[in-house]
Design a protein around this ligand. Structure first.
Ligand SMILES: Cc1cc2nc3c(=O)[nH]c(=O)nc-3n(C[C@H](O)[C@H](O)[C@H](O)COP(=O)(O)OP(=O)(O)OC[C@H]3O[C@@H](n4cnc5c(N)ncnc54)[C@H](O)[C@@H]3O)c2cc1C
Length: 476
């Protein structure tokens, strides 16, 4: 399958925007090219392959999982309705969780409640999270893509699209062998940053169009050798001190941060520490570094952000050891190998999802998933330390298929963080369970389009919903 030179599609004449036109060997043919092996891309690839589509999944790193593995982001945010009664994100996300639970690599979200060590003691929007082990996730994803028959190519970066007019017909990749091209019937952009769609000419907004701001980045780290009993006791004795002031949430350990700051030992914009206990008793995921104004589409900006992130991680380690009960022997298990990017490009599609729609609990006719994740906007108010957090006024809202279909460019779907949503709305649906669900929908849509020779823009969303329901997706 997908051997070098395999002729799956008829040859078409096309142009590449690469300056190296004419020097690039055509290495692969695929019905569907999925770019990016993060939560969205993996689910897109699996869903399409299970429907008999020949899928090539390309990922610039050496394993799958995106932010969940490279970025060490954890836990999976809620997959339940807003009442915390029913799991509403199921499908491939649900299968991944079940497999990890069976391997001892996750705690099932039904057992994880808000305001506990697993939710950083946060209440709003933090019920039924899924703590997981990133190493187990890597293995589970390798297994699932193999079982589905997806051809995976690691160490392969998207460089430029192959275009035929306004239609994308493949891509130039940078692989370990040099530049190579792949021809594809359809392409799913699951790069998080919308690299493919932007390069193909799809319109997009960068960050928040109204304010011109971009949410701060965070370099995650995981720590272990924590005496969790002592840490728990300290936070639980101070729970009444969690509060909001001037648009800023002061959460766990701010009572110790204040002491460190007074001693000149805290130079991080966030004034409290978001720590989520992991699957194992002494392990915690730390979501607390704060780096403002990072442009995820610039290597220079990412480099500066990553160096600053590692500086802040060292400061946090000193803070834990000196100030936090139960943490005097703490060890840095790992800092993320890539900076965590909350926001970059929002590709503009047939529908631009708005926060008001989510907050009101609107469920459009072409909804491809239901979710209850809150609108979580960091750094939008009084500087990088602020967090605006708005829960929704309904059990759930729907994300329409139209938000996966970019304007102007044919042959392309977007999934995951770069979908068509305003900055605020993306602050809700960018988290991993809905990102996976958008991936599954994009994969199914691509398979149906290829099967029926229909452009993504013309696909009947009723057919898509029927297939998603058949695959166990909850649509109300
Ligand atoms: C600081 C922070 C905290 C968060 N907290 C949570 C949380 O607690 N719970 C939660 O559920 N979600 C959380 N999120 C959100 C979540 O992690 C991401 O939004 C989600 O992973 C998006 O999934 P994705 O597949 O769209 O993108 P990603 O996870 O970013 O995956 C994109 C993949 O594409 C690959 N890629 C990119 N460019 C190319 C290219 N040119 N060629 C080939 N491959 C490429 C990348 O290597 C990556 O593997 C957080 C995010 C951040 C940054």
């Amino acid at each position: 399958m997908l051997a070098a030179g395999a002729a799956v599609l008829p040859a078409v004449s096309c142009t590449t925007q690469s300056a190296l036109k004419g020097e690039i060997p055509e290495r692969y043919n695929a019905h569907l090219l999925v770019v990016g092996g993060g939560p969205a891309g993996v689910c897109a690839a699996i869903a399409a392959a299970r429907l008999g589509t020949q899928v090539l999944l390309v990922e610039e790193g050496g394993f799958l999982g995106g932010m969940a593995t490279r970025g060490l982001v954890a836990p999976f945010m809620t997959c339940f309705d807003a009442r915390g009664e029913k799991q509403v994100i199921l499908g491939i996300f649900g299968e991944i969780v079940d497999r990890m639970v069976a391997l001892g690599g996750a705690i099932h979200p039904r057992e994880v409640r808000a305001c506990s060590e697993f939710s950083a003691w946060i209440t709003a929007g933090h019920d039924h999270l899924t703590p997981f082990d990133a190493e187990v996730l890597k293995y589970v994803l390798d297994t699932m893509v193999r079982e589905a028959g997806v051809k995976v190519l690691f160490h392969a970066s998207f460089v430029a699209p192959l275009m035929k007019g306004k239609k994308i017909v493949g891509a130039v990749l940078k692989t370990l062998s040099g530049l190579e091209s792949v021809r594809a019937g359809l392409v799913v952009d699951a790069t998080g940053d919308g690299h493919v769609a932007a390069a193909a000419g799809a319109p997009f907004e960068m960050g928040n169009k109204e304010t011109g701001k971009i949410q701060p980045a965070t370099l995650f780290c995981h720590i272990d050798h924590v005496d969790s009993k002592a840490l728990r006791a300290d936070v639980e004795a101070h729970l009444h001190e969690f509060h909001r002031k001037d648009g800023v949430s002061y959460r766990a350990l701010h009572w110790h941060v204040a002491k460190a700051e007074a001693a000149g030992e805290w130079d991080i914009a966030r004034k409290s520490v978001n720590i989520y206990r992991g699957v194992h008793e002494d392990e915690w995921a730390v979501n607390s570094t704060r780096i403002a104004n990072v442009d995820a589409t610039s290597s220079e900006s990412m480099t500066d952000g990553e160096v600053e992130g590692r500086r802040q991680v060292q400061e946090l380690m000193h803070f834990f050891r000196k100030y936090v009960p139960g943490c005097k022997d703490v060890r840095l298990r790992a800092s993320a190998s890539v900076l965590g990017i909350r926001e970059s490009r929002h590709i503009l599609g047939e529908h631009l999802l708005k926060a008001e729609e989510l907050i009101a609990g609107e469920v459009p006719e072409d909804s491809i998933l239901l979710a209850s994740n809150s609108v979580d906007v960091h750094g939008g108010g009084s500087g990088a330390n602020s967090t605006r957090y708005t829960t929704i006024n309904a059990d759930w809202y729907g994300v329409p298929y139209r938000s996966l279909v970019p304007l102007e460019i044919e042959g392309l779907l977007v999934a995951g963080r770069c979908l068509s949503a305003s900055s605020d709305a993306a602050g809700a649906v960018r988290v991993m369970p809905p990102a996976m669900a958008t991936g599954q929908a994009a994969g199914v849509a691509a398979a149906l389009c290829l099967r029926g020779n229909v452009a993504p823009r013309r696909l009947d969303s009723a057919d898509l919903r029927v297939e998603l329901l058949r695959q166990g997706v909850f649509l109300g």
